[in-house]
Ligand binder design. Structure first.
Ligand SMILES: *Cc1c(COP(=O)(O)O)cnc(C)c1O
Length: 369
């Protein structure tokens, strides 16, 4: 790839393909695969990722909100799109754009039925989310009776799938809890099938679920972070390739004398002669304040340069005293050869957060070899 001339997020679509094939290799060939592309495909580019995934034969997409699904439809994505957390105010638009809602409570089901009826729908595909222990969104285990009663004699909607979500799929010390969630989900599904008289397909596993509980793959799995190259596990990270690599350049180099300070609130105070480099990337690009004051580092010519002082809105300063570098040189923030997971860990957070934080003003480039 060409040298960057500004802060750039390089998106490697061949890495995406590698990750997809790797995750698929953990599953039975007939198991459907849903690609989670919410939050701009974990901070990368939702449309570019979805287009590539369609060429790879993915079965489904998921987004969090209706607005995200609309962006995909506007870009010509034709595959089914599950909206994980639609708001009733957007149900009309959801139907207009052929998006498929997750319905997660009796109240939401009732509201969706009302909109589907007004819009004269028949067998509109919906997905029911059941809570089996995460206690975030979902029908209760005991709701099957009520759901079938509410649907009796109506044909506006058709339950295409039912699903649940593991609370701690990446944490093997919680194995017993995860197994309990899986058992509960199986019980719910058996009861619901019996009451409905048909069998919606089932899905429960996210990326770490695919890795740790492949027996619970049911008819589909839902992967996000794994597709983007991270497996919530140092060993799995070896098998995956980061899709997003964040780079920037050195704008200016300063000589800092003993007793001088760098940045807002004079947060870095120098005791000796140091050299700092100012980079055109700050908290408005996604590098939160928690990365400053020496916590995290970037990489310049293969060497670590700690972020010194406070992160500014549009800039950070890094210590390059021991690095032979010049204004205009390339800087690696994270990605290939400097994992986002490791970068995030330096500031006590996780890959999901740093990836989704990269803001829309950062330029995107693409490679697909
Ligand atoms: C975001 C999300 C996923 C994807 O999880 P990863 O850990 O990124 O694979 C799957 N299912 C649901 C319900 C989600 O909200």
């Amino acid at each position: 790839m060409d040298k960057v001339g500004e802060t750039t997020l390089e998106i490697d679509l061949s890495a995406l393909e590698h990750n997809f094939r790797y995750l698929k290799s953990k599953l039975l060939p007939e198991t459907k695969f849903l690609a989670v592309v919410k939050a701009f495909a974990y901070g990368s580019d939702m449309v570019a990722i979805a287009k590539k995934m369609e060429t790879l034969g993915v079965d489904y997409f998921a987004v969090a909100y209706v607005k995200e699904g609309v962006l995909l439809r506007d870009a010509g994505i034709m595959s089914p799109i599950l909206v994980l957390h639609p708001q009733p105010v957007n149900f009309g638009e959801l139907i207009d754009r052929c998006l498929e809602p997750s319905l997660y409570s009796q109240k939401i089901l009732k509201q969706f039925l009302k909109t589907a009826h007004q819009k004269k729908q028949k067998d509109y595909p919906v997905h029911l989310k059941f809570n089996t222990g995460l206690n975030r969104l979902g029908f209760w285990e005991t709701d099957a009776e009520h759901i079938s009663a509410q649907l009796a004699g109506r044909n506006e909607i058709k339950i295409k799938s039912i699903f649940s979500h593991l609370a701690a799929s990446e944490d093997l010390t919680e194995k017993e809890f995860s197994q309990m969630q899986i058992k509960t989900f199986e019980k719910i599904s058996a009861e619901l099938n019996q009451k409905l008289g048909y069998s919606p397909f089932r899905h429960m596993l996210n990326t770490s679920g695919i890795i740790n509980y492949p027996k619970a793959q049911f008819e589909m799995v839902r992967s996000g972070i794994g597709l983007y190259g991270y497996g919530n596990d140092a060993k799995e990270d070896q098998n995956l390739k980061p899709v997003a690599t964040l780079k920037t350049i050195i704008s200016q180099i300063h000589k800092i004398e003993p007793g001088e300070t760098v940045g807002y609130n004079r947060a870095f105070a120098s005791e000796d002669h140091r050299i700092s480099a100012t980079l055109p990337i700050g908290h408005a690009d996604g590098i939160g304040r928690q990365y400053g004051k020496g916590k995290a580092h970037v990489t310049i010519h293969g060497k670590k340069a700690p972020i010194i002082g406070n992160v500014c809105m549009d800039m950070i300063m890094v210590d390059v005293t021991d690095i032979d570098c010049q204004e205009g040189d390339e800087v690696l923030v994270f990605g290939e050869n400097a994992s986002a997971e490791q970068f995030a860990t330096l500031a006590n957070t996780i890959s999901y957060e740093i990836l989704t934080a990269i803001s829309q003003r950062v330029k995107r480039t693409y490679k697909d070899t």
